[in-house]
Design a protein around this ligand. Sequence first.
Ligand code: HSE
Length: 435
Amino acid sequence: MSDLPIVNIGICGLGTVGQGVWKHLTRSRATLEARLGARLRLKKASVRSLTKKRGVRVAPTKLTTDPMAVATDPSIQIVCELIGGTTVAKDVTIAALRLGKTVVSANKALVCGHGPEIFAEARKHGGHYFFEASVAGGIPIIKALREGLVANRFDRIYGILNGTCNYILTRMEREGLAYPVILQEAKALGYAEADEALDVEGWDTAHKASIIAYLAHGSWVPTKAMNVEGITQLTQTDILYARANDLAIKLLAVIERDLATDELSVIVAPILISRNKVIANVNEVYNGVSVTGDVVGETVYIGRGAGQDATSSAVISDIVDAAALLLRGNAALPEPVEHHCPRRPPERSFGSYYIRLDVRDEPGVLAKISAATAKFGVSIASVQQSASARANAATLMLTTHETNEKAIRSAVAQLRRLAGVLGEPLLLRIASFGE
Ligand code: HSE
């Protein structure tokens, strides 16, 4: 064993995920070393506090408060960036890559915001950048897209990419609780981001959707070019409506490419989806991704999308790939060739919609609403009414026949201005994937 080559690993950031990687890599090291024919050594880790109590035992001599010291340590070949954010994390990533090292990351915001620059640094200096843990926690979706499904072009990829929101929506439905209560539990379980707004306002899903769009289509779609909506406006009224109509509400990323026109659309939004779909039945912290390829057809991936263990599983898989690459020079498949797809305009995005709005409970209100939507060619398919928390008011839940995104947005803007409509209407898409 002593003659075997040694691969030294450094970890920048020993938080929830960093500790998980340390714990599971320590446990599985003998097996992985036997498979690799090399020794894996956890050499150093950076922490914010040297005195903080942690769930893993790390020799004090291996700890430093300086992540850059880990990233630039000449003996370390694989640097795991598990700090998060896009400031220090970016600096240590670039510094390590400029030294020709391999960087393993779980940082979706960094890949989404600075992917091209990071990949260019890796190429230029002969290093590599692995980021399996950045999307869908323990599901090897990046490997699936980059390797297993390489024969395909993808007209639709959709799914649940945020464990925190799926956990919240599942418990809202099962227990009738409001989301802020459940969010506290998601935080305690280590699912939520340090800034939980990234989860509940949809940005974390958007970062992951951007990475998937790039891997599937070679096209970078920045989050500011996406329609991004979170789950904060959802209430029990919407959840109960969904259940009564054999639907589920899921925060979905939907990435569609028209293979004829090349137009690409990436949206993140809570969407009503038929319970007949596998993704509608993916609950709790699980993520689920449906990938439809023109050769393979539909494939579906399900697994834990957040939390220490699931994310560590993905990070360790990248560490082992990185070690194999260093030891044997196995060529990792390069990133996709960049290809700019034009964005699909709203007037060519078709679907049916759900609108929930509070109205004054008086004669003629419904007529005014249908006149307002008709002005934009939006036809109402169904109307349900329930009691409103407001005095002398009712809550209406409307669905529309198929229309386009431009028309429905104009119609909702008109409804907002209508006398008799109280507060902000909620607009949700109703998915018709493959139906
Ligand atoms: N906050 C993220 C989630 C963690 O809930 O999915 C995993 O990326």
